[in-house]
Design a protein. Sequence first.
Length: 133
Amino acid sequence: LWSTTKLASAVLTTKSPRLFDGFGALLDAVLPHDGTAQDKIARALEMDPVILRRLRRQELDPFRAPSTALAALGQAFPLPLDVLKELVLRDHARFPMVSVSARGPGEQSITQDQFLSAVDSAWELEARDDADL
């Protein structure tokens, strides 16, 4: 994750994060293209590597991804929380409302407010965990 943080910082010094088409476009700019390295990042975030790949390609509604992993990525890059949410919402807007099930089949759908609240909570937890290190 450290090398991704360094690359993200370099990319974000030349291009404002708000200029990306969405979170997936940002991921594509900063994640390694080597699948093994990307899978290691996913595992470090306790995220299924397939989810990270699909987020990167904008094939998965970010509302279906773990909010804890999104928050950890946002802080690792580092992005301000409002920018992270803005980029995630851009990607989310591409998906039909039917795709907004929480994190898998059989789970209840969640609203945008519920999802953003979960991201806020995950962000706070991640910040506290980092402060404890």
